[in-house]
Design a protein around this ligand. Structure first.
Ligand SMILES: Nc1ncnc2c1ncn2[C@@H]1O[C@H](COP(=O)(O)OP(=O)(O)O)[C@@H](O)[C@H]1O
Ligand SMILES: [Mg+2]
Length: 259
């Protein structure tokens, strides 16, 4: 479903006075991994490790200077075709800036229906379908005409999840999507994500800096450290992680539990 082959990304450094010599800082170093259909891969790394950059490569937003990213058999940056719109949906951490504050909940979800209609040509009863989706994410039709500022963080993130599902994607990418919610809401949302995944057979990529959420939700985990894939292993075997960074993370959690 997803295949990353030696993805390398760099950004130009601040130029200063050296107009003729362009210097680059490499952010991702030969990142390779695969995600099977229906799987949930956790990408775990500390802030600045390159997780969102990798997410942007997966979303066709950032061409790697070396390597390739394939989704559903299509090489995103080396093919004449482009991925059908809505194949991959994204839910970001910052739910407040990922919605238009002047849109109602109905308008927000309808953005996806517009993409879906373009892709499939199907006709959609927007109100009825919005209500179905709102109920699926634990809200109801009373929310249809509310604006983002009239919702709690958890409610707004549920709307963002509804918008992601509305486009009928194959893959949903979550970039720190639950990180800024309180612990109780995080668990509620993760339970919701599990339920939805079982219903629709989605493939998930779950980017986070939080190890417990990975163990709760994901099938496998990729440890990303300073733009390098340190280790990829099934979550059930996470305690057997060998890389230094993975062990440090595991110990930090065990220390908290011991104290
Ligand atoms: N467009 C950009 N131009 C220059 N540097 C960038 C750009 N985007 C990200 N970076 C740098 O790449 C590194 C990784 O960033 P990011 O992928 O956002 O990390 P993470 O999501 O793991 O916190 C950071 O040092 C960041 O400053
Ligand atoms: Mg990030």
């Amino acid at each position: 479903m997803i295949k990353a082959n030696n993805v390398c990304v760099h950004f130009p450094k601040e130029q200063g006075n050296f107009i003729f010599r362009k210097e680059y800082q490499q952010i991702l170093h030969d990142v390779s991994f695969t995600v099977e259909k229906g799987e949930c891969l956790g990408i775990l790394g500390e802030s600045g490790s390159g997780k969102s950059t990798l997410g942007r490569v997966m979303c066709s937003l950032l061409k790697p200077f070396k390597g390739s990213m394939e989704i559903d058999g299509l090489d995103l940056y080396n093919s004449k075709e482009s991925l059908a719109p809505g194949t991959l949906a994204v839910v970001f951490q910052d739910y407040t800036t990922s919605v238009n504050t002047r849109f109602t909940v109905r308008d927000i979800i309808n953005e996806s229906f517009i993409v879906l209609k373009r892709r499939t040509g199907e006709t959609i009863d927007v109100n009825a379908e919005c209500i179905k989706l709102l109920e699926l994410v634990g809200l109801n039709e009373d929310f249809l005409y509310r604006y983002p500022h009239q919702l709690s963080g958890g409610q707004l993130q549920r709307v963002c999840i509804a918008r992601a599902i509305a486009v009928k994607p194959q893959i949903i990418l979550f970039d720190e999507a639950i990180s800024s919610l309180d612990a109780h809401t995080q668990v509620q949302i993760m339970d919701l994500l599990k339920e939805i995944k079982a219903m629709y057979g989605f493939t998930y990529v779950f980017i986070t800096h939080d190890l417990p959420s990975v163990t709760y939700l994901c099938d496998r985990v990729l440890f990303l450290y300073k733009g390098v894939v340190e280790e990829i292993l099934p979550v059930a075997q996470i305690s057997e992680a060998k890389s230094e960074y993975a062990q440090k993370l595991l110990h930090s959690i065990l220390d908290i539990k011991h104290n």
